[in-house]
Design a protein around this ligand. Structure first.
Ligand code: ATP
Ligand code: MG
Length: 419
């Protein structure tokens, strides 16, 4: 049997890897501009972390995790997201004693056992940020602005930022009771999953994608109608700060994001592709997360962007930049003396920042030129023993086929002026 990549995973070939580098660079740039620094953490964690940090009632923990016993009998899980790990890192390294807030970002692969249609993978990638130590809506506005401006820096001008508030444990108590009562009265119209959610996580029903549930959810009480004074003030202030930061947003009363630890602000950034809404970023405030996994009472807020979906969106909107030409120069050689000279020339060109390859297969000159042409090189440098002894080389412009002789010691300057 031919071995293939596992279902739900994806190889990234040279034709595409430059796009990944492009979006990663842009993300790193914007993080730096907003004062965020990178953290890296393990691909797997003890399973317990996600049970406590993502929440027992979530889809992730209930059905999507890659969990196994290692050879030492410990239960290990491939990370399904980054927030729980960053919170663990924060506690483990005593970040609470550093100056607040702490601004952290990450670029990770994440693993979820999901159906693989519609831009869903089992190994996918996220850009994420987490801010710890600030309760203030200034922080909510800053991170939403970061993500908004990240998308803007990629040329995505049709994205929509949807925000909502789901309150805190204080206001949620009353609210959840009202919500349960409401859905209980409509239980016959709810899908199987939502019937199960009714008891443990009724808020999730609000963002169920099933038509019947959506119809019922439309008339359901919304978290925003039950906010306590503190949460109400927070949400109003956030809106004011988003205006000040120049972020366009909409209030969407149906976003809940369903994780147990979310409090107050939740948001999603979506775009529309072929009439379908595509979520490319999800985030929210989680003032109880650090406490839930054994740290102090430290507030936090963060988001994660789905990289595969982001690239899909850029491609559908024609926003992918042209692939940079690699290599730019091919050095064709005839004879061993020329091969040795080629190493010297290549070293020169490379130190001038010019991407250069040398013939490695001792082919005929014709075959070498065909190769240079196929690779899309801008120039070929051709040297034989005669050229080596004279200290010159033939330089061929691969687009125009124009040829000229150039002194080897002036070659890199010469090429640089033409590239
Ligand atoms: P959904 O409701 O679409 O399942 P989610 O709430 O599970 O999303 P998050 O955990 O918030 O998603 O992850 C943030 C982003 O990561 C999503 O907006 C999406 O772009 C991306 N993402 C989530 N799951 C996958 C997956 N299986 N494959 C590819 N991208 C994903
Ligand atoms: Mg999901």
């Amino acid at each position: 049997m031919k071995i293939q990549a596992p279902k739900g995973t994806k190889d990234v070939l040279p034709e595409e890897s430059y796009i990944w580098q492009y979006v990663e660079d842009k993300f790193r740039q914007i993080c730096k501009l907003y004062g965020y620094e990178e953290v890296r953490f393990p691909t797997f964690e003890y399973t317990e972390l996600f049970h406590r940090g993502v929440g027992e009632t979530t889809d992730i923990v209930q059905k999507e995790m890659y969990t196994f016993l290692d050879k030492g009998g410990r239960s290990i899980t491939l990370r399904p997201e980054g927030t729980a790990s960053v919170a663990r890192l924060f506690i483990e390294h005593g970040f609470a004693s550093r100056s607040m807030p702490q601004r952290l970002y990450y670029i990770i692969s994440a693993f979820r056992y999901e159906n693989t249609q519609g831009g869903r993978y089992r190994e996918f990638h996220q850009f994420g940020i987490e801010n710890f130590g600030s309760k203030s809506p200034v922080t909510d506005a800053e991170i939403i602005s970061l993500s908004y401006n990240f998308f803007a820096s990629l040329g995505l001008d049709s994205i929509v930022v949807n925000i909502n508030s789901i309150g805190c444990p204080v206001c949620r108590k009353d609210y959840v009771a009202k919500l349960k009562e409401y859905f209980q009265n409509h239980i016959d119209s709810l899908c199987q999953t939502c019937r199960q959610r009714l008891d443990k996580n009724p808020m999730r029903i609000l963002d169920c994608k099933e038509d019947s549930c959506r119809l019922i959810a439309k008339e359901a009480p919304k978290p925003i109608e039950y906010l306590c004074d503190e949460c109400k003030t927070h949400f109003e202030a956030l809106k004011g700060y988003l205006d000040a930061a120049g972020v366009c947003y909409k209030v969407d009363l149906y976003i809940v994001r369903g994780l147990d630890y979310y409090t107050k602000t939740v948001f999603e950034i979506v775009d529309v592709v072929a009439d379908k809404k595509l979520a490319i970023c999800g985030g929210g405030r989680y003032d109880n997360l650090i406490e839930q996994i054994g740290g102090g009472s430290i507030p936090g807020i963060g988001f994660a962007i789905g990289v595969e979906r982001l690239i899909m969106l850029l491609s559908q909107k024609g926003l992918i930049p042209q692939k940079p030409q690699v290599p730019q120069v091919f050095i064709a050689t005839l004879g061993d003396l020329a091969v040795k000279k080629a190493f010297e020339i290549a070293r020169d060109l490379r130190s001038a920042g010019i991407s250069t390859v040398i013939e490695e297969l001792s082919r005929s000159l014709k075959a070498q030129m065909r190769y240079a042409d196929k690779m899309g090189c801008e120039f070929s440098v051709i040297i034989g023993e005669d050229e080596v002894s004279k200290g010159i080389c033939k330089l061929k412009n691969m687009k125009t086929s124009a040829e000229e002789y150039v002194e080897i010691n002036k070659l890199s300057e010469h090429i640089k002026s033409k590239i």
